[in-house]
Design a binder for this molecule. Structure first.
Ligand code: 13P
Length: 262
């Protein structure tokens, strides 16, 4: 049995392929001023496109006072190699230079639209960690898989592929995001009980391999999180925050989601 633990809540905004420079500047400015008080208790991360990471980095650097908690930067993707002839790609080392702390790997949109395999995702996970970036490993089942009672098998297989490549110790510096594919961008959210059940399954699986890691690792939920449903989701004992898509593009909505953590 895995006991409850004082894991710091993490709210991540995945901005996907959205935003102009003006929109990104305004959004970040508003999130910064609205979240100042929150950063003592929770961790907030935003993931703009590669193109906007530099802008976001400069904006955050210009605002941060000494000792104050800071909004973290995350990348939506990373390449497995440190450098080379890989047209269009960006390495973990390059991301680290731009102050990036987190990298999303294994998002269902990349699995689906860019045919990323479990093995390739595991390589990205390792490449990120090699440059001290914390991977946010996304796992999740499709609607068909849920209806066929395959949820547990699917998410554990996705997790095990990474553990097989990187080792269980690597999960110490990682975050897991449970994102049921049927809940992404659909307005349909997993019920708090459904989310809790999968999060618990993931944690118990880790507990069999390393109980210290299982207690400490943050497992966040993603899939149509909004200001109205966040509080109940985040109050589940194994839900340690959220990976927010659409609702993170609205500063007020996103801040309200961040406030739903207490
Ligand atoms: P939505 O919040 O828009 O459903 O997206 C979730 C997601 O994919 C976050 O990575």
């Amino acid at each position: 049995m895995v006991e409850e633990n004082m894991r710091r809540k993490l709210i991540v905004g995945n901005w996907k392929m959205h935003g102009s420079t003006d929109q990104i500047s305004q959004l970040l400015e508003e999130i910064e001023s609205g979240s100042e008080q929150l950063l003592e208790d929770i961790e907030i991360c935003v993931c703009p496109t590669y193109l906007h990471l530099g802008l976001a980095f400069d904006l955050l650097a210009s605002k941060s006072g000494a000792g104050r908690g800071q909004i973290k930067l995350g990348a939506q993707n990373v390449h497995v190699e440190p450098a080379g002839a890989f047209t269009g790609e960006v390495s973990a080392q390059m991301l680290a230079e731009y102050g990036v702390s987190y990298v999303i790997v294994g998002h269902s949109e990349r699995r689906q639209f860019f045919a990323e395999s479990d093995q390739f995702i595991a390589e990205k996970f390792r490449a990120a960690q090699a440059c001290r970036l914390t991977p946010i490993l996304c796992v999740g089942e499709s609607l068909d898989q849920r209806q066929d009672n395959e949820t547990e098998r699917v998410v554990l297989n996705q997790l095990d592929a990474v553990i097989a490549a990187a080792g269980i110790a690597a999960m110490k510096e990682a975050v897991i995001a449970y994102e049921p594919v049927w809940a992404i961008g659909t307005g349909e959210t997993a019920t708090p009980a459904q989310a809790q059940q999968v999060h618990r399954t993931l944690r118990e699986h880790l507990d069999r391999l390393d109980s210290v890691i299982a207690k400490a690792i943050r497992i966040i939920y993603g899939g149509s999180v909004n200001a109205a449903n966040a509080k109940e989701l985040f109050s589940q004992p194994d839900v340690d925050g959220g990976l927010v898509g659409g609702a993170s593009l609205e500063a007020e909505e996103f801040i309200s989601i961040c406030k739903s953590t207490d």
